[in-house]
Design a protein around this ligand. Structure first.
Ligand code: NAD
Length: 365
C-alpha cells in the first residue's frame, strides 16, 4: 500500500461521492480492489425499492477513476428507471471494471469480481454489458449465484443483445408511427451508429422490412461484415450527425445527443440502444422537443436485455420474454402521446411513470 496521505487543504479539493454530479440518491456505492488480479471495480446500487438491483458489468479503459465513477452512477440510476418502466420487480444497479477488456480481462479477475458481487448477498445481481461476454458471466457464476445472462447449456438465457435489439426496433417503429403516421420502415433511411451485438440486430430487423440502413462504427471489419450480411451501406460522410436520414439510432456509447449535435441533426426520430443518449436530460430533451425531433427514451426502448435476464431469474420462457419485449411498441406510443398531452419532454414523461411506480411501492412497504 502506498496511498498518499492528503493534508486538510488537499482533502477539501476532492469531490466526495455524495457531491458527484451524477450522484442521485444512490443507496450504496462499492469500491472493489484486488492487488493480485489488478481488479479495480465499482458497483453502483441506485435503488432497491422494487427489488434487487440488477444491471450489467461494463469493462472499459476509462481515462480516469472519476470517469468510471461517473459512469457507474449514471448507468445504475438508468437501470432503476428501465426496470420500473418495464414493470419488472427489480431495482437499479450496475458495475464497471476499469481496464481494457481485450488485454486485461482474465478468468481470475472475473472470479474475484464475482466474489465481490457475492459479498453483497443478492442486493446486486450482475449481467453482461460492453466489454463482457456470456462466457465471462459463466466464469462469474463459478463463485456466485447472483449473475444472469449465463450460457444456455448452463441453464441460462444466453446473450441478451438480440432481445435488446428487437426491443429497440419495436420502439423505433412506435416512434415512426407517432412521427410519420406509419410504423412501416420500408423506404425509411436509418443511420445506425455502432453495429456491435445490439446494433447488428437492429440493422437486421430494419433491412428485413425494407428500410435503407447506413452504418457507422470504429471497427472496419465489422462494418464490412454487416454491410455484406444485410446489404447495409457504410456511412462515408465526414460528419455523422449531418446525415440525411429519417431516423438516427445511437447504438454505441452515450451522450451523443448534445449541444453540438442537436443543431446538425436532420433525422426526425432518435431511437437507439445506447444508454444515457442525452448528455443533459432536461436541456437536451427540451431542445429536441423544440426542434420537433421525436426522442424514444433510451431506458424504455433498450429494456429487452433486462426483460430477458429477469426472465432467467424466474425460469426462462422465450415466448413470454419476446411478447414482453414486443410490448415496448405499445409503451413507447403511450409515452409519446402522454408527453404531448402533458407538454413534457418524452424523457420526462417516461421518467415520471417510472418514478411513480417506485413511489407507490415505497408507500406500500
Ligand atoms: P458492443 O460493444 O457489442 O457494440 C458497441 C459497438 O459500438 C462496437 O462495434 C464498437 O466498435 C462501436 N463503437 C464504439 N465507439 C464508437 C463510436 N465512437 N462510433 C461508432 N461506433 C462505435 O455493445 P452492445 O452490447 O451492442 O451495446 C451497445 C449499446 O447499447 C451500449 O451503450 C450498451 O450499454 C447499450 N445496451 C446494451 C444492451 C445489451 O443487451 N447488450 C442492453 C441495453 C443497453
Amino acid at each position: 500500500m502506498n496511498a498518499e496521505i492528503l493534508n486538510a487543504d488537499e482533502i477539501k479539493k476532492v469531490a466526495p461521492v455524495f457531491g458527484q454530479l451524477s450522484f442521485d440518491e444512490h443507496e450504496q456505492v462499492v469500491f472493489c480492489y484486488d492487488k493480485d488480479t489488478g481488479l479495480k471495480a465499482i458497483i453502483g446500487i441506485h435503488n432497491t425499492v422494487l427489488g434487487p438491483a440488477l444491471g450489467g458489468t461494463r469493462m472499459w479503459n476509462y481515462s480516469s477513476e472519476w470517469e468510471a465513477l461517473n459512469d457507474v452512477l449514471r448507468l445504475s440510476r438508468g437501470m432503476t428507471f428501465k426496470s420500473s418502466i418495464s414493470g419488472l420487480d427489480l431495482g437499479g444497479g450496475k458495475a464497471v471494471i476499469i481496464g481494457d477488456a481485450k488485454t486485461q480481462k482474465s478468468p481470475e479477475l472475473m472470479r474475484r469480481f464475482g466474489k465481490f458481487v457475492d459479498s453483497l448477498s443478492g442486493k446486486y445481481i450482475t449481467a453482461e454489458d460492453v466489454g463482457m461476454q456470456t462466457e465471462d458471466m459463466d466464469t462469474v457464476r463459478e463463485v456466485t449465484k447472483y449473475v444472469t445472462g449465463i450460457s444456455e447449456h448452463l441453464g441460462g438465457s444466453g446473450n441478451p443483445s438480440p432481445v435488446t435489439g428487437y426491443g429497440v426496433y419495436m420502439g423505433m417503429k412506435a416512434a415512426a408511427k407517432y412521427k410519420f403516421g406509419t410504423d412501416k420502415l420500408e423506404g425509411k433511411k436509418v443511420l445506425v451508429q455502432g453495429i456491435g451485438n445490439v446494433g447488428e440486430t437492429v440493422v437486421k430487423h430494419i433491412r428485413e422490412e425494407g428500410g435503407e440502413v447506413f452504418i457507422s462504427d470504429i471497427n472496419q471489419e465489422r462494418l464490412e461484415a454487416v454491410q455484406q450480411k444485410y446489404g447495409a451501406k457504410i456511412y462515408t460522410g465526414s460528419d455523422l450527425y449531418t446525415a440525411d436520414v429519417d431516423i438516427y439510432a445511437p447504438c454505441a456509447l452515450g451522450a451523443t445527443v448534445n449541444d453540438e449535435t442537436i443543431g446538425k441533426l436532420k433525422a426526425q426520430v432518435i431511437a437507439g440502444a445506447a444508454n444515457n443518449q442525452l448528455e443533459n436530460e432536461a436541456k437536451h430533451g427540451k431542445l429536441l422537443q423544440e426542434k420537433g425531433i421525436v426522442y424514444a427514451p433510451d431506458f424504455l426502448i433498450n429494456a429487452g436485455g433486462v426483460i430477458n435476464v429477469y426472465a432467467e431469474l424466474k425460469g426462462y420462457n422465450r415466448q413470454e420474454t419476446m411478447a414482453k419485449t414486443e410490448n415496448i411498441y405499445n409503451t413507447t406510443l403511450e409515452i409519446l402521446n402522454k408527453a404531448e398531452e402533458s407538454k413534457m419532454t418524452t424523457h420526462q414523461a417516461a421518467l415520471k411513470i417510472a418514478q411513480e411506480r417506485i413511489e407507490k411501492k415505497k408507500q406500500e412497504k
